[in-house]
Design a protein around this ligand. Structure first.
Ligand code: GLU
Length: 580
């Protein structure tokens, strides 16, 4: 399943602290498990969710479970995420302190603004630059895992790898979703000899549903990572293997070198937070655009009574659409890697600014044109052009100690760049940059630069209730539709009083800043097209479902005052939530 859209885009950001590469030695820990309220893991694949839950049963923290889930997804959901890519982790500890980790991939230091331009100086076609080396950014997930384990782990580092090692060594069966992806994404899944050997038969056909896949190379490398720590990824044979793969790619070779790998660091950034109807929302700041977009959209909607309108009201969805368009217009212009451009995050989230922007929303008419606002601190940047596909997984974990993790991990397109090293796919995350470095002489914020992170839409969020307790941890996959899926789930829970499961199941409406509104087909939204048209929407397109994939965990208060964790997994996906 894949969705592709061309969006106008360029971006912005805020302060952060760089974390140095981790030392190899990982902490040894012994944990006594006492279960008051069982924890929970929700993920896009049952085997990955179970991997995380098994870590909770051993007394692991939500961070431990999230890391184990990320590793297991590398094995069983190779089309979407893994150690060959990056992620954002939003972590809330039992005291309510929220930390965010940016392990987004970075461009090689040799990269320049002409990275994705053809000989004619024009942006190359998206499909042509995905396979091969040029699209590959230095993967961030293992540095993130090491830092999160160091900061918030309870189990030994080694323990986190065991479920993924077992899956790779003992085999796992091909699901309908993986089979479909192998059939549809052959240009990446089957790009390298390793991918062809692993996932296609001698007849060249993708492995059938139910076929057992063994990935001994990945089992061996995960064992090495478990033994030696993250440096086994960034220095030595694996790093050299990545460099050889991207430099020697038969299509789009890249000048990435060993120094690019060795110098990678995960970054701890200030979370972006806002409020909505008495709830506190915290998510990932730039280099992601997701947290800002979700918070902005909800803040501009707050003056409308969405609860009274309800999920079957076209006016409710119209309001969501109009607010989203305004947020995406800001996103497209201002959001990018904050280490390279000045992103006016405070201005974008300023309540006074958002109140002014909200005045542009009418319950009875549609804005013909939506443009970015002028928040405090806005730099002069041009709109860029972004092309996005999907290959991502979001998952959440809560432990019995009261810690919660919301994480979105990705290799960007299905099977990333198609290059395979040690049994895992390398990402094509650099295609999230604007291919054009400038427009009419004005620099695009999200242009390619050496050492820079491409802007993301990933939006792992944690929502805290008025009582100070976590209410919801949620995230999604689906490129630029991610903020739309996440904010819809939050509206479902807060305004429409739905369970996380019901909220995720609600239809998706996606409205980037232009006039086009995408509604999910075969849902009540499709039946609302005449009403939305009457409200002034002139370009409504129906999108099939299958490309959306959200996961969540929610806290459900009990009548006895104790409460419990409940999970939500997207019915459009193979995801599940598994209790401790
Ligand atoms: N690479 C995309 C991003 O970071 C996510 C890809 C997807 O989910 O489809 O925004």
């Amino acid at each position: 399943m894949r969705f592709k859209s061309i969006l106008a885009a360029a971006f912005a950001l805020t302060g952060c602290a760089t974390l140095p590469p981790m030392a190899i030695t990982m902490p040894q820990r012994t944990v006594a498990s006492t279960i008051a309220v069982p924890g929970m893991v929700s993920a896009a694949d049952p085997r990955a969710a179970e991997a995380g839950a098994s870590i909770l049963r051993q007394g692991g923290s939500a961070a431990d479970a999230a890391i184990a889930t990320m590793l297991a997804l590398t094995v069983v959901e190779p089309q979407s995420s893994g150690i060959g890519g990056g992620s954002y982790l939003v972590f809330r500890d039992a005291k309510g302190v929220i930390e965010t980790y940016d392990s987004r991939e970075v461009a090689p230091h040799a990269a320049t603004g002409s990275w994705f331009l053809g000989p004619d100086g024009k942006p190359r076609a998206f499909e042509d630059v995905v396979p091969g080396g040029t699209s590959v950014g230095v993967p961030g997930n293992m540095r993130m895992a090491a830092r999160a384990s160091h900061d918030h782990g309870r189990l030994e580092w080694k323990a986190l790898f065991q479920p993924a090692i077992a899956l790779a060594r003992d085999g796992y069966v091909v699901t309908p979703r993986l089979h479909g992806a192998l059939a549809e994404e052959r240009s990446t899944a089957g790009f390298s000899a390793g991918g062809r050997a692993l996932f296609y038969g001698a007849d060249g056909q993708p492995l059938g549903v139910g076929t057992r896949v063994f990935n001994p190379a990945l089992a061996a490398f995960l064992t090495e990572l478990a033994d030696r720590g993250p440096d086994a990824f960034y220095v030595g044979p694996n790093a050299n293997g990545i460099v050889a793969a991207v430099r020697g790619a038969s299509h789009n070779p890249s000048p990435m070198d060993a120094g690019d790998l060795a110098s990678y660091s995960a970054k701890k950034r200030a979370p972006v937070c806002g409020s909505y109807r008495g709830y506190s929302l915290c998510g990932m700041g730039p280099s992601s655009s997701g947290g800002v977009a979700v918070i902005q959209t909800l803040a501009m909607l707050e003056r409308f009574d969405l609860r009274a309108l309800g999920p079957r009201s076209p006016v409710a969805w119209h309001l969501i659409t109009e607010s989203m368009r305004l947020a995406y217009a800001d996103r497209d212009k201002y959001l990018a890697d904050p280490d390279f451009v000045s992103v006016p995050v405070a201005g974008l989230l300023d309540p006074a600014y958002l109140a002014e922007r909200s005045k542009l929303i009418s319950p009875t008419t549609t804005n013909a044109i939506v443009v970015a606002g002028n928040p405090a601190g806005a730099p002069k940047t041009a709109l860029g052009v972004e092309a996005v596909e999907h290959g991502t997984s979001s998952f959440a974990a809560a432990d019995t100690m009261g810690n919660v993790a919301s994480i979105t991990s990705t290799i960007e397109s299905g099977f990333g760049s198609g290059l395979m090293v040690n049994g895992y796919y390398l990402n094509n995350e650099l295609t999230d940059f604007s291919f054009a470095p400038s427009v009419d002489g004005v620099a695009v914020a999200n242009r390619v630069e050496g050492g820079k992170r491409p802007r993301s839409s990933m939006s792992p969020m944690i929502v805290t209730g008025p009582d100070g307790r976590v209410r919801l941890a949620v995230g999604a996959a689906g490129g630029p539709t991610i903020p739309a899926q996440v904010l819809k789930a939050i509206i479902g829970v807060i305004d429409w009083q739905l369970s996380a499961q019901e909220a995720i199941a609600q239809p998706v409406i996606f409205a980037p800043s232009g006039p086009t509104v995408y509604v999910e087909g075969d849902t009540p939204l499709e039946a609302m097209i005449p009403a939305l048209t009457a409200l002034g929407h002139r370009d409504i397109k129906v999108r099939p479902h299958g490309t959306f994939k959200a996961n969540a965990i929610e806290w459900v208060a009990g009548s006895d005052g104790r409460g419990r964790w409940a999970g939500g997994a997207d019915p459009r996906s193979e995801g599940v939530a598994v209790s401790q």
